[in-house]
Design a protein around this ligand. Structure first.
Ligand SMILES: Cc1cc2nc3c(=O)[nH]c(=O)nc-3n(C[C@H](O)[C@H](O)[C@H](O)COP(=O)(O)O)c2cc1C
Length: 184
């Protein structure tokens, strides 16, 4: 008899041009097919940007950990994931006094950046830390009663070696499994 995973994971993957992707494609391949891990390629599911809000909320109901996986675009997420947030996280379901939709769940940002880790420091090219730039996601999670996990980031993605990509994708798989199994 198989024991159900304590924390099913829903990965909301958003990449507008996956054919050109190196790191996100490798990460998706590393987690696809894992037990109790649902990988949802938002740009493939909603090429017309018409999000089925009810269905997305039902998916959230059956998962305990949400992952926003995406390349960093203009210090934020690609447009379709922003639309998903705008439309799916409704008042009364996601937030508000009676809202229970996401309460006590966990949110992870799994992102890749073109900039190096050093660039995301006060002295660096971008002048702010990744944590500071991800504040809107952290705050949205708080508003919904979720806990926001430390981001799982891969920097300087376009310049990375094939070996570094493979290592990060494997680390992502281990991280997702640990979240699913409640050991992290
Ligand atoms: C429209 C656009 C905006 C971007 N904005 C940023 C940014 O704000 N910060 C950054 O570090 N990289 C930025 N990048 C670079 C991407 O984050 C980088 O190419 C991506 O993480 C690589 O992942 P992939 O191999 O899966 O495509 C941007 C790229 C595009 C196309």
């Amino acid at each position: 008899m198989t024991v159900p995973a304590p924390n099913p994971v829903l990965i909301l993957f958003a990449h507008p041009d996956p054919a050109t992707s190196r790191i996100n494609r490798a990460m998706v391949a590393a987690v696809r097919g894992l037990d109790a891990v649902t990988v949802r390629d938002l740009y493939a599911v909603y090429p017309d940007f018409h999000i089925d809000v009810r269905h997305e909320q039902e998916l959230c109901n059956t998962h305990q950990v949400l992952v926003f996986q995406h390349p960093f675009h203009w210090y934020s997420c690609p447009a379709l994931l922003k639309l998903w947030i705008d439309e799916v996280l409704t008042y009364g379901w996601a937030y508000g006094a009676q809202a229970e939709g996401l309460r006590s769940k966990r949110l992870l940002s799994a992102i890749s950046t073109g900039g190096s880790a050093q660039a995301y420091t006060p002295e660096g090219y971008h002048g702010r830390s990744l944590d500071a730039l991800l504040a809107p996601f952290d705050q949205a999670a708080r508003l919904c009663g979720m806990s926001y996990l430390p981001p799982f980031a891969f920097h300087a993605a376009r310049r990375a070696s094939d070996e570094a990509i493979t290592r990060h994708a494997e680390a992502y798989r281990r991280h997702v499994i640990a979240l699913r199994d409640g050991v992290e």
